[in-house]
Design a protein around this ligand. Structure first.
Ligand SMILES: [Ca+2]
Ligand SMILES: [Ca+2]
Ligand SMILES: [Ca+2]
Length: 345
């Protein structure tokens, strides 16, 4: 967002004929790679609950730091640029937690919780944010019958200092990854290859069971977990963990470019074919066994994956995915039981 504002300012300055030689798409100091826009990737894990921060100055040059939390397992990481705050869903506390002014902290800094949510949840996973509303997907069984798939979406309002539970939506399928596209919430249908959407999701402002507006199958996926949507390129990416019991080499991800028209062309209950719609990346070279979350850096065309299984857990980056297939990651950093990634550009 900073970069877009900066570029708009540059365009304005150029339009009124003032020389402004520092205007370029390359607004960050990136060590000499003129085509690369610096980004930061945040990651959570279920091994110790600490927060990992990766500052990329190119697709390889990276500064990393670890921030120490009292939480011992976490998912659903999110970063707010305005307040330099990082948030995650604590799986040991079953609550949201936030930490302010983290940008200048050194590695191994011990964090105190600045923004605490109430302990309402049972098994929080991904977090999706829209304005001041934080939605957390909880994948615990709701009705005590494991044979009936269900889940809950907890909606919290954040006033800048604390969280208040607004309402809880029960879903008729198991949850994991969620992401907003404007006011529509996309959710993976865990334990299947399906994608669901709740149109104008936040208008559901009382506790209720809500049916998805539409559900479709994604051909080629065995069991999906992670999802992200990039609105600047209209690209949706979903991960495939294959069998959960294979944490080494049966995972992958699917890229759906030009997503909106492709999704609209598939009727409720039907299947989006691979041919003509999707690119699949999978195979032993990818180091994906259980890829549980995904983030897309569309400026630099790099896909980041939280891999929970392979090698004990990794953060992976793929910059060579256009043709799909069994490709090696271009970034690979060990992170035990990695659970989620969030990209800040
Ligand atoms: Ca159930
Ligand atoms: Ca697997
Ligand atoms: Ca994520």
């Amino acid at each position: 967002m900073i970069k877009r504002n900066f570029n708009s300012m540059c365009a304005l300055v150029l339009a009124i004929g003032v020389s402004f030689t520092s205007c370029s798409d390359d607004d960050d100091n990136d060590g000499g790679n003129d085509d690369y826009d610096s980004v930061t990737v945040y990651a959570s894990n279920n091994s110790n609950g600490n927060i990992s921060v990766y500052d990329f100055e190119s697709d390889q040059m990276v500064e990393t730091k670890t921030l120490i939390t009292t939480t011992t397992a976490a998912d659903g990481i999110y970063y707010d640029d305005d307040s330099e705050s990082v948030f995650q869903a604590s799986r040991s506390g079953n609550s949201l937690e936030g930490f302010a002014n983290i940008d200048d902290l050194v590695t191994e800094s011990i964090l105190n919780i600045n923004f605490a949510g109430t302990s309402d949840m049972s098994s929080p996973r991904e977090v999706a944010v829209n304005g001041n509303l934080f939605v957390v997907a909880d994948n615990a069984d709701v009705d005590g019958d494991e044979m009936t798939p269900d889940g809950r979406l907890f909606i919290y309002s954040f006033d800048g200092s604390s969280f208040t539970l607004r309402n809880v939506i029960t879903t008729e399928f198991k949850l994991w990854g969620i992401t907003f596209n404007d006011n529509d919430l996309y959710a993976v249908v865990d334990a299947t290859n399906e994608l669901a959407v709740f149109n104008d999701f936040l208008s559901n402002n009382t506790d209720a069971t809500v049916s998805a507006s539409k559900r479709i199958a994604i051909e080629g996926i065995v069991r999906t977990h992670g999802i992200t949507y990039d609105d600047s390129t209209d690209t949706l990416i979903m991960t495939d963990i294959g069998e959960a019991s294979n944490g080494q080499d049966d995972g992958g991800f699917h890229i759906i470019a030009g997503f909106t028209n492709k999704f609209n062309a598939v009727s409720d209950g039907e299947t989006m074919a691979v041919a003509g719609n999707q690119v699949r990346v999978s195979g032993a070279s990818t180091l994906m066994g259980n890829p549980v979350d995904v983030a897309y850096d569309s400026d630099n065309e790099i896909i980041y994956i939280a891999e929970a299984g392979n090698g004990g857990g990794r953060i992976l980056g793929f910059s060579n995915f256009t043709a799909g297939g069994d490709i090696a990651p271009t970034f690979n950093s060990a992170l035990a039981s990695a659970s989620s990634v969030y990209l800040e550009d």
